[in-house]
Write a protein that binds this ligand. Structure first.
Ligand code: ZN
Length: 434
């Protein structure tokens, strides 16, 4: 009988007790061990003893990516160097990397909750896990492997790329689980089809890290590889690394490990908590992390809480897939809008292409107006543009609750970029400055 990595608590009340205990410990630990945190707390006029209930988390100051960069090379460090057994750093290309310190207990905790990912995905010790993500100073590969070994399945540390080798491993080692990014998953699926080896491989499950994937893409990968499930694993270096949650076999949302961290969903403008189910910024506070604890760390990632119990019955709450970055948010007529909402809306209209631009103007009447340029999808009939325009305008009003006027442009008209395309053009401020 293998050990279970699921939380020891069975009820929401017990989970909250555990969170409060962890919050008190973290605040005391950080205040005592980190000059940075002590200074921040003193500035905010809050002491560890002030934390008496979970609601008191609101009294704590926020931490940001900027704090991590300013504290380079060992920001948020809250233990002596002699207790640190490892560091990881983000793979950022601009500015200083975010470096996080790990004690042996942090590594053990990470391994435990990553093992939980495999357990939640329904793996057993019979499984063979081909880990096709990067190994290095960033946290990806080593996290997948640590969790796999702790769980007791067989790890195949293949690393990314090298498609010939990956295909050979799938056939020769009979890997049952493939861990990779979504784009690599698609590449592998197409290779398996091209090489006609679908009946020679034994894949049952695919686990995606870090990258958003569309429903159409997932469907195609599932078909080509003949797998039963595709799972999403979120994670960031600041919060140990990948493995901080997983959607279970019911795929109703991403269960997150509320016994290791508190997740707040806040309005990125007001920093107040949003209604359960509304989109906001993920703000995380760790409950057991020793080396570099996080206290109200603003991730800038947007998601929403899924306000219900999952059909699997787990006490672990769920959040939605990541819906973009809060830096991309804009406000029009008092409504917070995220470009990802427009993405999602357009992806449900087959006649519309995926490329669009949002233009915001302030007119003479002093009111703000939103207009959108949307590409007609490839192969669609231009004579039906009027119908498409009305369809999109209706959907905007229904789903985003703001009116927008739409103009349809030819497929390929809007600029493409291999980086992130600029989609929002806000002309309102310029006008104000006159
Ligand atoms: Zn579930």
């Amino acid at each position: 009988m293998t050990r279970s990595f699921m939380p020891e608590v069975a009820t929401e009340e017990a989970l909250q007790d555990l969170q409060l205990e962890g919050l008190k410990w973290t605040v005391t630990h950080a205040y005592g061990g980190s000059d940075f945190y002590r200074k921040r707390f003193d500035e905010a006029g809050v002491k560890p003893d002030d934390i008496r209930s979970l609601r008191d988390i609101k009294r704590l100051p926020f931490t940001t990516a900027k704090d991590l960069q300013e504290g380079y090379p060992f920001p948020l460090r809250s233990v002596p160097f002699t207790d640190i057994v490892r560091i990881h750093a983000s793979s950022g290309t601009t500015g200083k990397r975010k470096v996080l310190c790990y004690t042996q207990k942090d590594i053990d905790d990470w391994g435990d909750f990553f093992a939980r990912c495999y357990e939640m995905a329904g793996l057993s010790q019979e499984d063979r896990v081909q880990i096709a993500v990067g190994y290095g100073v960033w946290t990806a590969g080593v996290g997948f492997q640590l969790g796999c070994e702790k769980f007791g399945a067989m790890a195949i540390p293949a690393g990314p790329g090298n498609i010939d080798m990956q295909c050979m491993f799938l056939v020769d080692f009979q890997s049952t689980v493939l861990c990779c990014t979504a784009s690599m998953g698609l590449l592998m699926a197409e290779e398996v089809e091209k090489r006609n080896i679908k009946d020679k491989i034994n894949l049952k499950k695919v686990i995606f890290g870090s990258e958003r994937s569309s429903e159409a893409m997932r469907k195609r990968i599932k078909e080509l590889l003949g797998v039963e499930h595709i799972f999403d694993i979120p994670g960031m270096t600041e919060l140990y690394g990948p493995g901080t949650g997983l959607d279970c076999v019911y795929h109703e949302g991403i269960h997150y490990w509320a016994d290791y961290y508190i997740l707040e969903i806040l309005d990125p403008e007001t920093l107040e908590q949003v209604q359960d189910g509304d989109v906001g910024e993920m703000v995380v506070t760790t409950l057991r992390k020793e080396g570099s604890p996080l206290i109200r760390y603003r991730t800038r990632d947007l998601t929403r809480i899924i306000p219900k119990r999952c059909s699997c019955g787990s006490v672990l709450p769920m959040h939605d897939a990541l819906l973009g970055r809060s830096d991309d948010m804009f406000i029009i007529r008092g409504v917070n809008i995220y470009p990802s909402q427009v993405d999602t809306m357009l992806s449900n209209i087959p006649e519309a292409g995926s490329e669009y631009q949002i233009i915001l103007d302030r007119k003479e009447d002093g009111k703000d107006y939103m207009s959108l340029k949307v590409e007609r999808n490839k192969g669609q009939d231009p004579s039906r543009d009027g119908e498409l325009k009305r369809n999109i305008e209706d959907e905007i009003k229904k789903q985003i609750l703001v009116s927008g006027s739409v103009s349809i442009v030819d497929y390929g008209d809007l600029p493409r970029s291999d980086r992130k395309s600029k989609r929002v053009f806000d002309n309102r401020e310029k006008k104000q400055r006159g």
